[in-house]
Design a protein around this ligand. Structure first.
Ligand code: HSE
Length: 401
């Protein structure tokens, strides 16, 4: 039997308890031993819960019980959760988590502590909720050099963009609807400003390249500047707009960013709609692979947390395939130097020929008082310089993949 403690009995924590309880027999078969929830840490009152006797309010009760081998940290945040995780790993306990903020910020340090104490720190649920992505990267694709990762990593913004694309909703209308449906938080900034997706691409790129990608150095742009007009004009050019987390190896540098992007309608990420997530991984041997599913929610996230628990129950010791070091965080290309195409809307420019030659643009649409076009592949700095020289109002400038 393996004893587990769940830290935090919110949406994910209660899902973890539910999955372990409901699927106990099948889990026992697959883990080779019974998984037993011994404690649940939460400061709130659960005296009427069926598992009332498992609740404790003091983390030390769990920490000092040597029979607890695995801790499922689903508290969130990077303060109390960080302290608990560090103490648990130092005490020789394995930790699993869905906490993307903590893994993105302190993953390098916590993995090193796990290594020194010969235990595991697993976080399948931190990216893509229920979608298997960490395990495929560290095992199934481990023979590859990863060339590129590109994904829709945030369900809330994908829902909002889907409503704008398919139902002509404005961003404000779609956000309000997402809040009413419980997808978006009352304070939606982590999602709509791109921070949630940024933490997720930070984790994926750190794992893929084995070196810490500093989350503070990732260029992050959310969806707040997008308008329904952008969505409609993008469609005229044959694209949909998605919020993408993108990481690409360029020589020995990494090009990592989160930003809205025009995605061709025939691209595999284009039909990924509503709250669904999808992640494309390109490896030098395997070529393109894609992972799709529910990126959030109680049971999908719990599914990934409990899978980590089962994996740990099957084998002792540190897992060297899930590791990144602290070196190399300065090897990120400045986003202004990275080369790509852009979709641009300019107000008050009439000279189509100048646009075509300055920006290597093939089609230029004249819409109302605007010039709308897609540039050739250029650095953002180069584009910005040329736009400044035109001295006209930039209505929109969005990356194109
Ligand atoms: N708020 C996140 C999303 C959920 O909308 O995808 C889990 O990270």
């Amino acid at each position: 039997m393996v004893n587990v403690a769940i830290l935090g009995f919110g949406v994910v924590g209660s899902g973890v308890y539910e999955v372990i309880t409901k699927n106990n027999e099948i889990i026992k078969q697959r883990a080779g031993k019974k998984i037993n929830v011994k404690y649940i840490l939460d400061i709130r009152d659960f005296s009427n819960h069926e598992a009332a006797n498992l609740f404790v309010k003091d983390f030390d009760t769990i920490l000092n019980d040597d029979s607890v081998e695995i801790i499922a940290e689903v508290i969130g945040g990077a303060t109390f959760a960080y302290e608990c995780t560090k103490k648990a790993l130092l005490k020789g306990k394995n930790v699993v988590t869905s906490n993307k903020e903590l893994v993105a910020k302190y993953g390098h340090e916590l993995l090193q502590i796990a290594k020194e104490n010969n235990v595991k720190y697993y976080f399948e649920a931190s990216v893509g909720g229920g979608i298997p992505i960490i395990r495929p990267l560290k095992t199934c694709l481990s023979a590859n050099q990863i060339c590129e990762i590109c994904g829709i990593l945030n369900g809330t913004t994908n829902y909002i963009l889907s409503q704008m694309i398919n139902n002509d909703k404005t961003l404000e209308e779609a956000l309000k609807e997402a809040q009413e449906k419980g997808y978006a938080e009352r304070d939606p900034s982590a999602d709509i400003e791109g921070h949630d997706a940024s933490r997720k691409i930070c984790i994926l790129s750190s794992l893929a390249y084995g070196k810490r990608v500093d989350s503070d150095k990732i260029y992050t742009e959310g969806i707040t500047k997008l308008s329904l007009e952008d969505v409609k004009l993008a469609s005229k050019f044959g694209y949909v707009i998605k919020l993408l987390g993108h990481c690409k190896k360029v020589g020995d540098m990494l090009d990592v960013e989160v930003s809205p992007a025009l995605v061709p309608k025939h691209h595999p990420l284009a039909p990924v709609e509503d709250v669904f997530n999808a992640i494309l991984v390109n490896g030098d041997a395997v070529d393109d692979t894609m992972f799709y599913g529910r990126g959030a929610g109680k049971l999908p996230t719990a599914s990934a947390v409990v899978a980590d628990v089962i994996d740990i129950a099957k084998s002792d010791g540190f897992d060297p395939s899930l590791m990144w070091t602290d070196e190399g965080s300065d090897k990120i290309i400045d986003h202004l130097d990275s080369k790509k195409k852009f979709f641009i809307r300019l107000e008050g420019v009439k000279d189509v020929q100048t646009i075509k030659s300055n920006f290597d643009a093939v089609d230029v649409l004249n819409e109302k008082n605007e010039c709308v076009f897609i540039t050739g592949i250029m650095s953002e700095k180069d584009i910005n310089d040329k736009l400044t020289a035109l001295n006209s109002k930039i209505v929109s400038k969005i990356k194109v993949i």
